[in-house]
Ligand binder design. Structure first.
Ligand code: NAD
Length: 435
């Protein structure tokens, strides 16, 4: 179901009416295209305090006088006291008004100390700052926080993603990069991690070249977009769905992992995207057991079973990546979705725990995307008023597109994201739900 309001507000009469009536007028988001792959304009680098963080080369440069920055990277990782937070205001206040439409603001923070309560206060303050600026900045601009740990592995790919049109629907989020994840091995010239999650060499335009990915639920919606985006990034993609994909299979079937292993062949899998999912909504008091069990089995049980089997039989190669699909319903809860929200919260638990075992055990990174309201057949089935509320109740004032989720999956799956592990990245336009 197309967002007619968004199209209407982009027309002359629509603009006139929404202004006169004081209605919201969401900005048209600029997404990645081959013709316009990058932000157009300078990305400013501002450093608060005496930061020792060496920033990767992602094209940061000073704006010429009068030029509007397309992006701002504000390094606040050195802020360790409440007094030093004044730097945040001093640096951001003069530039915030000049950030171009559809621009990107990325704040860099440090890990929050468990022992230094002054540093913890200052660094936690960054989250409130970022989330509030995301809500007020408007114009399709996004604001995100990247916490940098240890060796900062994965910072470059994370910055490249967050400073690009690919992250059009990711705002108000906190992502941790770097630290103690070794993602070595795999026989693909991957630099041994030594605890640092070292980043293997890769081509930024085709980061998944030579890699094999399997996407479940790939016949339509978000899964189809994920398959197309991973292919764009160079992967050989195997789509799986009950029908209409490369491999027709029910992911809940007892032999599903074997079917996947056979489809992958001798080379195994570098990327596994758990995307298949269903809803069977009812309030708990009206929910038959079958509605509960089918949702738990497709969305969560099958994820655990296939992952365990594919790690155990070596189909999932060391140095690879799993990206699972949670939901903001798994964070915020939702009326009529005790089954669905339980399954998606379970996905978050799975990702955090299995991601933690990456360094010491299987050598496969594990992350999740948590989509908000995305325009697909699943959300087209939602009753009109609830659908309209879901679309508008976020900082960007509109639903996301399947490709927005796919771009986040592609970043998390890419070898450049080596230091990104155990994370749940919301692709929700900074939804008010569960914020
Ligand atoms: P969709 O219904 O359009 O597509 C889901 C696909 O999964 C379908 O092609 C379906 O056939 C397949 N599938 C279902 N059960 C399967 C099974 N047992 N075996 C194999 N394939 C199976 O849904 P979508 O909106 O594209 O959602 C994709 C994922 O994103 C789901 O996990 C969903 O929960 C999640 N999600 C979607 C939204 C949204 O707003 N659309 C929001 C949050 C999370």
């Amino acid at each position: 179901m197309a967002d007619r309001y968004l199209h209407f507000t982009a027309t002359g009469p629509g603009r006139f009416l929404t202004r006169r009536l004081g209605l919201p007028s969401p900005a048209a988001l600029r997404r990645w295209s081959p013709e316009r792959p990058a932000l157009e304009g300078p990305v400013l680098h501002l450093a608060a305090g005496a930061s020792s963080l060496a920033l990767p080369d992602v094209g940061l440069k000073a704006a010429a006088p009068g030029e509007r920055p397309a992006g701002v990277v504000l390094d606040a990782s050195a802020l360790a006291t409440v007094d030093e937070l004044a730097e945040l205001h001093r640096l951001s206040h003069p530039v915030v008004r000049s950030v171009a439409q559809g621009g990107r603001v990325v704040v860099l923070g440090a890990a929050v100390s468990a022992t230094d309560h002054h540093q913890a206060a200052a660094q936690q303050a960054l989250e409130g700052f970022v989330r509030s600026l995301g809500k007020e900045i408007g114009g399709g601009r996004t604001v995100n926080l990247v916490r940098v740990r240890g060796d900062a592995a994965g910072l470059e790919s994370t910055l490249r993603f967050l400073l690009s049109p690919r992250s059009a629907y990711v705002s108000g989020q906190v992502v941790e990069v770097g630290g103690g994840q070794a993602v070595g091995g795999g026989g693909r010239g991957v630099v041994e991690g030594g605890g640092g999650g070292a980043v293997p060499p890769f081509d930024p335009d085709r980061p998944l070249a030579g890699r094999t990915a399997l996407v479940t639920g790939a016949a339509r919606g978000i899964g189809a977009a994920v398959a197309a985006t991973l292919e764009r990034d160079g992967a050989r993609v195997i789509g799986l769905d009950v029908t209409g994909a490369d491999v027709d299979a029910d992911i809940t079937a007892p032999d599903a992992a074997r079917v996947i292993a056979d489809a992958a062949g001798d080379g195994g899998l570098d990327v596994l995207v758990h995307n298949a999912g269903i809803t069977r909504d009812r309030r708990l008091a009206n929910m038959a057991a079958e509605r509960w069990s089918s949702v738990l089995d497709v969305n969560l049980g099958s994820v655990l079973r296939t992952t365990d089997a594919l790690l155990a039989d070596g189909t999932l190669r060391r140095g690879g990546a799993i990206v699972a699909t949670a939901s903001i319903a798994g964070i915020a809860g939702n009326t009529g979705q005790t089954n669905y929200a339980a399954s998606k919260a379970g996905v978050i638990g799975f990702v955090r725990a299995l991601g933690a075992g990456c360094a010491t055990g299987h050598g496969v990174r594990v992350n999740a995307v948590a989509p908000g309201f995305i325009e697909t057949k699943m959300t087209a089935a939602v009753p009109l008023l609830i659908r309209e509320a879901g679309r508008r109740m976020n900082s960007l004032g509109q639903g996301g597109l399947p490709v927005d989720v796919a771009e986040a999956v592609a970043w998390l799956a890419s070898p450049g994201a080596a230091g990104v592990n155990g994370q749940v990245v919301r692709v929700c336009g900074q939804s008010l739900l569960g914020a």
